[in-house]
Design a protein around this ligand. Structure first.
Ligand SMILES: [Zn+2]
Length: 540
């Protein structure tokens, strides 16, 4: 049986960027678009060229993709021709193979927001789409407020959508811009668009999650005959977000009737990347991953002790709707039992440690990890620190050096130009091979001024490590993330440091304290110790 093709259109980099607190750099956008491409997404919408400088930079440096790279913009404004609209010209100048233009289909918005007649708006849509097609580009038309428009004035909403199709749009995308529609309405309005002469394989759906129905609404449109879905990774997007592709993709591939009826550009084998992709995006955004996210959340396949866990051990399908491994996620069973120990042994083996099965120290490690995670440590994202905890308990932790004390001062004062400046200074006393070493450093960078207390401390620590110096010199801090965990008086600061060395290794370590400098120092020491172990350095 041949399955019909559903096309997936990602707008993480455009609509997803409308999320509060989300601001992608051009480098982030390159990274994300490559990951989307690797997954098998059909269209990657890069942003609105000309509308903001980051988007323009990104389009200039756009990576080569198998996916159809798409620029977003709006239909030409009234009172000028499509060829003479500078906003539209900027969109076309990005030279993407496809261009998606948003335009009005709700009569109220045409007369109130734009202040033009319904016929003028219709002509703007037609002229803009024709202009895109005449430039040899694939044209998509986003029908803004389509479902509200369809309720208010169905004839006009459908007429505008149909006009875009007749003008040559490859896809006419029905948008629930305010996110207030419900599945039955989406189904009926999508059906109406098809009945009016827009074939389903030219119809797309773009939903927002304001009633928590973005995914359901997307499926309702598919049920009615639409064949393109627009959405974002992790459901990023303005207000409550867009339709979540991370939920939609496994739903289409694994759940019936979709799995039998349709195929997408994402093949089954690629589903295993999904959990990592979702967490990676949170990492870029320094967000706490949503534990209860469908399919990819850390709790999605976590079974509490008791009845469920014992049934799961007999047959996982008793309490799981899909196999977690298929989407790259993991089953979590309470660590104290056998399955927990075998997971642990695998993690230790990855680090080159191999305690025997049944070794009592295994449960000591599990307990230590659990206790520390309760204090705020996060070992999922800090494998190197996890390894050090295990080494300590297994008696395989070399003592390279000992920190006797450290001090950091932060001074803020007026300089001779009467400007407030700050200066951080750190002193570290370490004992290396029976010898005390004292290092002092300021965080003053000639170019950037004061770099803060953590920087001063790092500089002091790496300044003189005697026999270890060569090994440490090869190491770079590449990312530094701070998060407050817990609440009220229990709140602590968690610092995660990503380090890299000349051999291309990258590792993450964690520190936790009520004091951000202490937490940073702890993560930094872990990073150094791990590096010394990996390089096979012998303690002096
Ligand atoms: Zn949107």
């Amino acid at each position: 049986m041949t399955r019909e093709r559903i096309y997936l259109y990602d707008t993480t980099l455009r609509d997803g960027q409308q999320t509060q607190g989300v601001d992608f750099t051009a480098a982030d956008k390159i990274h994300i678009s490559k990951a989307l491409d690797e997954l098998g997404i059909d269209y990657v919408e890069g942003g609105w060229p000309g509308a903001n400088p980051t988007d323009s930079d990104f389009f200039d440096a756009a990576p080569k993709l198998n996916a159809t790279f798409t620029a977003f913009g709006m239909t030409k404004r009234a009172g000028r021709s499509a060829a003479n609209d500078d906003v539209l010209a900027a969109v076309l100048n990005a030279n993407t193979p496809a261009v998606c233009l948003v335009g009005k289909t709700h009569d109220f918005h045409v007369t109130t927001a734009l202040g033009i007649t319904l016929d003028e708006n219709l002509q703007n849509v037609i002229d803009s789409i024709r202009h895109i097609v005449a430039q040899g580009r694939e044209a998509l038309f986003d029908c803004e407020h389509f479902f509200d428009g369809y309720r208010a004035n169905p004839d006009y909403a459908i007429k505008t959508a149909k006009a875009a199709y007749d003008a040559g749009a490859r896809w006419v995308v029905l948008c629930d811009t305010n996110g207030g529609a419900l599945p039955a309405q989406v189904h009926a309005a999508t059906r109406a668009a098809i009945d009016a002469g827009i074939p389903g394989d030219h119809l797309g759906i773009h939903t927002h999650n304001d009633t928590e129905h973005a995914v359901a609404n997307s499926l309702a449109a598919i049920d009615a005959g639409a064949r393109q879905i627009q959405g974002t990774l992790n459901g990023l997007g303005e207000r409550c977000g867009n339709a979540n592709l991370v939920t939609l993709i496994p739903t289409l591939l694994l759940k019936e009737p979709y799995a039998s009826l349709y195929e997408t550009g994402v093949i089954h084998d690629k589903l295993g990347q999904l959990t990592a992709l979702s967490r990676n995006l949170d990492d870029i955004l320094n967000r706490v991953p949503n534990k209860t996210a469908a399919f990819v959340g850390a709790s999605a396949f976590a079974h509490k002790a008791g009845l469920h866990a014992s049934a799961i051990l007999k047959d996982p399908s008793t309490y799981e709707h899909v196999d977690p491994a298929v989407v790259g996620n993991e089953r979590i069973i309470p660590m104290s039992n056998q399955a927990g120990q075998s997971n642990l042994r695998k993690r230790l083996a990855d680090a080159g440690l191999s305690p025997e099965k049944g070794d009592p120290r295994l449960s000591q490690i599990l307990n230590a990890v659990k206790e520390r995670e309760d204090q705020g440590y996060a070992y999922d994202s800090a494998q190197a620190s996890f390894e050090l905890v295990a080494r300590e308990i297994l008696g395989e932790m070399p003592a390279f050096f000992e920190i006797k004390r450290y001090r950091v001062t932060v001074e803020r004062r007026r300089n001779k130009h009467n400007k407030m400046v700050s200066l951080s200074e750190a002193v570290v006393v370490a004992k290396i091979g029976g010898e005390k070493v004292l290092s002092v450093s300021e965080s003053m960078d000639p170019e950037q001024g004061d770099q803060g207390p953590v920087n001063a401390l790092t500089r002091a620590l790496v300044k003189d490590l005697g026999p270890y110096q060569d090994c440490i010199d090869d190491m770079n801090l590449v990312d530094y993330k701070v998060r407050i965990t817990g609440q009220g008086t229990d709140a602590v600061t968690r610092v995660i440091i990503d380090s890299e060395d000349g051999q291309g290794r990258r590792w993450s370590t964690v520190g936790v304290s009520a004091n951000i400098v202490d937490a940073s120092f702890e993560a930094l020491l872990d990073a150094m110790n791990w590096k010394l172990i990996r390089d096979g350095v012998k303690p002096v």
